[in-house]
Design a binder for this molecule. Sequence first.
Ligand SMILES: [Zn+2]
Length: 411
Amino acid sequence: MWEAQRASGERRAVDGNGGNGGNGGYGAAGGPPEHQGGIGADVSRHHSTACRGQSLPRTGRRPQLALGTAALLAAVSCARLHTEPPSPPLAIERLADGVYAVPGDTGRGSEGRPNAGFVVTTDGVVVIDALASPRDGARLLRAVAGVTAQPVRWLVLTHHHPDHHFGAVALVRAGARVVAHPDRATLAAESGDSALAAAWTAVVGERAMRGFAFADTPAVPVARDTTLRVGGREIVLLQPGAAHTPGDLVVWLPAERVLFAGDLLIEDGATMMVDGSSRDLVAALARMDALGARAAVPGHGRIAGEDGRRASPAALIALTRCYVEGMRRTMRRAVAEGTSMNRVLAQMPPADAGRPTSRRSRDRRNAVRVYLEAEREMMQVAGDSASPSASPSTAPTDASKGAAAEEPCAP
Ligand SMILES: [Zn+2]
């Protein structure tokens, strides 16, 4: 998940990658991915700009001192960039035989470096998510190479937010083919790819973005539940609706009982819903819960497991459900009481300036989204009580309570 706030207000924050690259689904009966598609043309849109325009002036024997000094410093700085040692390899965590997580930051919620993972098969490696920059994508490749000599053949993207796929170009250049939902639309689509790349460069830095090109258009589009069979492994891709984004995929390894949930799960339970919907998320949580995962890798933060040292997958899912359903109850109650969205927001802690995915900022932005959903759902109920899609999926609300009366969810 990433949100780059370009304008004030809860709803202007942007996220993800522009445009809808959809071209239909890759059906469950479509056979193994080896026979599908090819690498998209996006990869050719290479536009590295590192150190551009920082060469020494070439005209005049004695350039102005100030200009010459500035240019010299710039050139020295640029030379340092080019001689900088490579970043250290990423740590990995073995979750099952041949199944690894590449843990990101913990304790930072959605603001931390995301998690990734990979599955070693007898026919190459399947990587799950590509991290946030070409530099991190290269680090991810090195992490894989530290475990196996198998080539990276496939890259599964859980969704199209830049912190999860801006490293994809590094894996594609190494030979991986992208498996992803074809719907790349998120709020960032309002600004377009170039603006998104520029905004993200401001977040991670130009060095990290060196060599960047968009590479999240799938060679193998997956728009519904699909089972991939690669090198003796069964990898189930679940399409949970628009829970976190319209282009979500959840990766489930049934033999190993390992779940890669993407940003449907975040370590603190506060999944961002501004690109998705709380209703689909509630359904997706029930579905993930029913899998009985032994380990669950959230999009960000601590990995859930059943080893007693950390939260279990069921506990992380329950924490998330508590958050989402509590938000839904609160907003439905506010709508039912005629409490305006502004008044609801006024009862909540302020957002953190410049931190659009901090917990408080997420809470407020989710509140706006879920309030609007509640309005829509309740209008449908009022207008068409026979519509099965209009039946509320949350517990009855107590309209006598205030909008901020929900108990906090305990981890
Ligand atoms: Zn995300």
